[in-house]
Design a protein around this ligand. Structure first.
Ligand SMILES: [Zn+2]
Length: 241
């Protein structure tokens, strides 16, 4: 990763590139390879080499103000229009440690299931379980997306860096033209406002399972093969069953 290797160097304790770990995670979720922009994203992560910013309104994504909406992007998975804890698509919402179902704050950092070096095993995939924050917060219709579901998103969507109501985010446009906007809401406690860090429901079983997979991005690149330590507070974008 070009841009990310610079940006993420300062938060080495948070993240590590885990390309080698992917093989253990099961492949193939979409059956599609190299399908235009999606394939390019998976290949090198660069979606916006020229640094262009698209302006977008909530009305371009949602039919009314009753968020969260279910957005069908045209390839099977239905995504929420906004983050857990957010009342509008451009808001970052709440930050969760992986497997915790209540939001955490800057001042409260005793992770329920371990620490940086050792974590309790709570499952290879916590989507739909008692550890799923989306299910706990929004009800059984909702769940956390797995690594496979994020990989499918990257393969099938086209991407733009976008500005909505003054907030930067990643705009994903599905095969049917529908869109979701993922704010660059950073993390807790490190707080990187120019980057988005979203949990998948999939644990990374290297290093005692202290990490889980994430989708990370900034205004130029996405990075889907990065794991974050489970103790950190990241944002969550739910999917609908
Ligand atoms: Zn909405």
């Amino acid at each position: 990763m070009k841009t990310f290797s610079f940006n993420f160097a300062a938060i080495a304790t948070l993240t590590i590139a885990l390309a080698a770990g992917l093989a253990a995670c099961g492949d193939d979720d979409s059956g599609g390879n190299g399908n235009g922009n999606g394939g390019d994203v998976e290949k090198d992560g660069t979606y916006n080499p020229n640094g262009e910013i698209t302006r977008i309104d909530v009305a371009d994504i949602c039919p009314d103000a009753n968020h969260p909406h279910v957005i069908d992007l045209g390839f099977g998975t239905k995504w929420a229009c906004c983050n857990l804890g957010a009342s509008r698509p451009e808001q970052g919402g709440d930050y969760f440690a992986w497997g915790e179902t209540e939001p955490r704050t800057v001042d409260d950092y005793a992770y329920k299931y371990g620490d940086l070096t050792e974590c309790q095993y709570i499952g290879d995939d916590i989507s739909g379980t008692q550890y799923d924050a989306a299910k706990a917060q929004w009800g059984a219709q909702w769940c956390m997306p797995s690594l496979a579901e994020y990989r499918l998103l990257l393969r099938r969507c086209t991407f733009a860096a976008a500005l909505m109501e003054g907030e930067m985010g990643l705009l994903a446009t599905g095969t049917n033209g529908k869109k979701i906007f993922l704010p660059m809401a950073g993390t807790l406690p490190f707080s990187y406002p120019g980057e988005g860090w979203y949990w998948t429901s999939t644990v990374n079983d290297h290093e005692n399972g202290t990490r889980a997979y994430v989708l990370a991005f900034d205004a130029m690149e996405t990075d889907w093969h990065v794991g974050a330590y489970r103790v950190n507070g990241l944002t969550i974008r739910a999917i609908s069953k």
